[in-house]
Design a protein around this ligand. Structure first.
Ligand SMILES: *Cc1c(COP(=O)(O)O)cnc(C)c1O
Length: 377
């Protein structure tokens, strides 16, 4: 099955007595156990509604097994705490999602896990960072908010050579645009709150990986308890059925907006991997099936105030935090995801006061371009 079909059909559990087409919502937290093969319980991550969603995500990511969590951070923290122990070392890229950066810098050393943040996870920089105790390498591509591209297959095979577990946060790309497991990465993480949910009304996370790594993560996951209930699973299942449609339109809209902004005299720079002059364009073309719905740009305005004035001129694109939904959102990373960094730190990671990030929605392409056109004059 191709992805659009997988979104609609994979994992469907419609074997219900009334022959309804949709998976029944099993509202129970208590399940009979005398006639079942395993004990079913929400925090054992094995209720029917959890399993349907996991099967759909495994089919989309070409993974063997997975787990669903109550947030992206629950998936990320559980996976790392499960796969690492005191004395281990982990390598991550420096421009991580803010919440992941905060988790790594505030929790890992407390439990005896050391880490190195590399500027860019190229094989050269990974070779410099690797230590005898290194167990895991962790990447995010495209990155937030500058859409930097990491060569996923290169990191995957480097990790295999060094017998390390490779982990990727695939949230920005979504499984429609990028499948890291066939590229050689061991563990795929998602903040489902973004594209998978896609309507800015759900919060969840997912891990997709091999059966053996899933079992290792599971052993810790039942202790940490970040599971999800059936009603949310049913909404996720419905959302996933339209994932490929939504992402296809988001890809188209983002490309059109990036091209429009690039030629606009009031814009200094556009960061979008679908643009031929983006430094990661060739790698993105190799490893992505679409360039995604996230972009950022530097309007020719004066500082944070100028950026805010521009956002307030927009009529459709809404200033809001988060991403991946059907509606287009804009935010200034200097005032949102990167607000905890000093001005100097922001300068070092390339986040200017003027930088605006757009999460492109599924609206009409022309309406979105016109909205930016009228705001930029
Ligand atoms: C939002 C996000 C997360 C965290 O997900 P939550 O659902 O907010 O816990 C992790 N990684 C990326 C790339 C994100 O955008």
């Amino acid at each position: 099955m191709k992805k659009a079909t997988t979104c609609v059909h994979a994992g469907n559990n419609n074997h219900n007595p009334a022959h309804g087409l949709n998976t029944p919502v099993y509202t129970s937290s208590a399940f009979g156990y005398l006639d079942t093969q395993e004990n079913i319980y929400p925090r054992y991550y094995n209720t029917p509604n959890q399993e349907v969603v996991v099967q759909k995500l495994c089919a989309l990511e070409q993974g063997e097994a997975g787990l669903l969590f109550g947030s992206g951070m629950a998936a990320i923290s559980t996976a790392m705490l499960a796969l690492l122990q005191a004395g281990d070392h982990v390598i991550l890229q420096r421009d991580l999602y803010g919440g992941t950066h905060h988790f790594v810098t505030t929790e890992l050393e407390r439990v005896g896990i050391s880490y190195t943040l590399v500027e860019e996870p190229t094989v050269d920089q990974l070779e410099v960072a690797v230590q005898p105790t290194t167990k895991l390498v962790y990447i995010e591509t495209p990155s937030n908010p500058l859409l930097k591209i990491t060569d996923v297959a290169a990191v995957g095979s480097w990790a295999q050579q060094h017998k390390l577990i490779s982990v990727i946060d695939n949230t920005f790309a979504s499984p429609i645009n990028q499948n890291p497991i066939p590229l050689g990465v061991d563990v795929v993480l998602h903040s489902g709150t973004k594209y998978l949910g896609g309507h800015s009304d759900l919060c969840f996370g997912a891990v997709i990986t091999s059966q053996s790594l899933r079992d290792r993560i599971y052993a810790t996951a039942i202790n940490l308890g970040g599971s999800i209930n059936a009603a949310t699973c049913a909404l996720i299942e419905r959302s996933l059925k339209t994932l490929s449609l939504r992402v296809a339109q988001q890809n188209r809209n983002a490309q059109a907006i990036a091209e429009f902004l690039q030629q606009h005299p009031a814009v200094n720079q556009v960061h979008y991997p679908g643009l031929a002059d983006h430094p990661g364009h060739e790698t993105a073309k190799q490893q992505m099936q679409g360039f995604g719905g996230m972009l950022s740009f530097e309007p020719r305005v004066d500082g944070s105030d100028g950026a805010e004035r521009l956002m307030r001129q927009l009529k459709i694109i809404t200033p809001a935090i988060s991403l991946g939904g059907i509606e287009s959102l804009v935010c200034a990373p200097a005032k949102t995801s990167h607000i905890k960094l000093s001005a100097e730190e922001r300068r070092l990671v390339g986040v200017s006061d003027e930088l605006l990030r757009i999460s492109v929605g599924i609206e009409d392409t022309e309406d979105l371009v016109e909205d930016l056109q009228q705001a930029l004059v």
